[in-house]
Design a protein. Structure first.
Length: 165
C-alpha cells in the first residue's frame, strides 16, 4: 500500500483514531486497518508505539523540511574571504578556483564534504562566476600574433583567375 495522504496532523489523528478503535471496541486489527485505509502492520506498529509511549508515541514528528545545506549561509562571508586570498594561498598550483578546489577548501576549512557541483552552488550564492581559464602562453607577443595571422590569411586566399593564365 502507498503512504497515506494527508498532513502531519491528519496522519496523527488517523493513528490515534486507530488505537481508540482497538481499545474501546472489539474490532480486530484487520477491521481497523480497513477502516483507516492502512495495512495491518501499520496498525500493529501504532498499537505497540501506544503501549510503549502512550499517546505521545503517536504524535506527529517535526520534519526537517528536506536536506539542510551543508554550509550555513552565515558562513558564506567567511568562505568569500578565503576565496579572495586566492587558490595559491591555500596550497594549490596556480591562482584559479576550480569547483573541485572549492569543494576541497570547504572540506578543509569548514569540515563540509560536498560535490564540486554543490561547491558551484555556493559560488553562485556569492555571485562568483565559474569559469575555465583560456589556455594561453605566458609569454605572448601580440605583434607576432598579428603578423602570423596576416601571413596565414594571405596563404589561405585562392589565386585569382588572372594568375591562372
Amino acid at each position: 500500500m502507498a503512504r497515506p495522504e494527508g498532513s502531519k496532523e491528519e496522519l496523527e489523528a488517523r493513528r490515534k483514531q486507530a488505537v481508540r478503535l482497538l481499545n474501546r471496541t472489539d474490532m480486530a486489527v484487520s477491521d481497523v486497518a480497513e477502516v483507516e485505509g492502512v495495512t495491518e502492520r501499520a496498525v500493529y506498529n501504532w498499537k505497540r508505539k501506544y503501549e510503549q509511549e502512550g499517546t505521545e508515541g503517536l504524535d506527529a514528528k517535526p520534519s526537517g523540511g528536506g536536506r539542510q545545506p551543508e554550509l550555513p549561509d552565515e558562513k558564506l562571508p567567511e568562505l568569500e574571504e578565503l576565496l579572495l586570498e586566492g587558490a595559491e594561498a591555500h596550497g594549490f598550483e596556480g591562482d584559479l578556483w576550480t569547483l573541485p578546489r572549492v569543494a576541497r577548501l570547504l572540506e578543509e576549512e569548514f569540515d563540509v564534504d560536498v560535490t564540486p557541483r554543490t561547491a558551484g552552488n555556493y559560488l553562485d550564492k556569492l555571485d562568483w562566476s565559474n569559469q575555465r581559464p583560456q589556455r594561453r602562453a605566458v609569454k605572448r607577443d601580440p605583434d607576432e600574433i598579428a603578423q602570423w595571422r596576416e601571413e596565414w590569411e594571405y596563404r589561405q586566399k585562392k589565386p585569382s583567375d588572372a594568375t591562372k593564365r
